[in-house]
Ligand binder design. Structure first.
Ligand SMILES: O=C[C@H](O)[C@H](O)[C@H](O)COP(=O)(O)O
Length: 239
């Protein structure tokens, strides 16, 4: 019986098969992405030539410690591949991300990539998104007003539930790398993710919504029975 962490590593190692010499890569954030970055670091130490854009300060520090060559999207606006974890995914490759607070840069980097591949253990797979509280990144100014607006818009989109300001370990508000706040929306289920995304995203205080829709091209999902590959209609794995 493999532990959840071993399953995450298995998915991450499978994604490493996609990496080719000379690629420009987006590096995701979180415990699953960390396995990918560490394994990539070992390949770089063995001579692989890649240039990578991290999606968070935590990932930048980890990649730096492994001597992985780093750049920014300003220098390389288009990437070949981004590999990242997810908090939830459904069978249409729709995701909830942002459990670690990195959703904004993760979405920018993934969208700037020709392919985005998700790595996950099978506890992240759901029939309907929403069991995991949906993270919404908001600017600190007007927090309570934005929170009330999100609640109203979400309710119209069929999603009700508590919306909580994320706090850090010491009970103080959690700030993202961009000094924004996160509202975790405990909806339980999101019947129409596209409708909800559109409704919330257009509010002025909202920076980004943790729904990734039409962004992921494939997912490697590791379970006790083996590794499952989910593919979008257009994704082809090059050998
Ligand atoms: O903000 C964090 C990211 O979206 C992570 O990729 C997501 O929370 C999954 O993290 P983990 O692999 O640790 O479950």
């Amino acid at each position: 019986m493999l532990t959840a962490d071993q399953l995450k590593e298995k998915a991450a190692l499978r994604a490493l098969d996609l990496v080719r010499d000379g690629m420009r890569l987006g590096l995701g954030t979180g415990s699953t992405a960390e396995h990918f970055v560490k394994a990539l670091g070992a390949r770089v130490a063995a001579g692989l030539n890649v240039l990578c854009v991290p999606t968070s300060e935590a990932t930048r520090k980890l990649a730096e410690s492994l001597n992985i060559p780093l750049s920014t999207l300003d220098e390389i606006p288009q990437l070949d591949l981004t590999v990242d974890g997810a908090d939830e995914l459904d069978d249409q490759l729709r995701l909830i991300k942002g459990g670690g607070g990195a959703l904004l840069i993760e979405k920018i980097v993934a969208t700037a990539s020709k392919s985005m591949v998700v790595i996950a253990d099978d506890s992240k797979e759901v029939a309907q998104l929403g069991r995991f509280p949906l993270p919404v990144e908001v600017v600190p100014v007007g927090l309570r007003a934005t929170q009330a607006l999100i609640k109203g818009m979400a309710s119209e989109a069929g999603c009700d539930g508590e919306i909580k300001l994320r706090v850090g370990r010491g009970g103080e508000p959690f700030y993202t790398d961009q000094e924004n706040l996160i509202l975790d929306c405990h909806f339980g289920s999101i019947p129409e993710p596209e409708v909800l995304h559109f409704a919330i995203k257009r509010l002025p205080g909202v920076v980004e919504v943790g729904l990734f829709l039409g962004i992921a091209d494939a997912a490697f999902v590791a379970g006790q029975e083996g590794l499952k590959v989910l593919r979008s209609a257009t994704w082809e794995e090059k050998s």
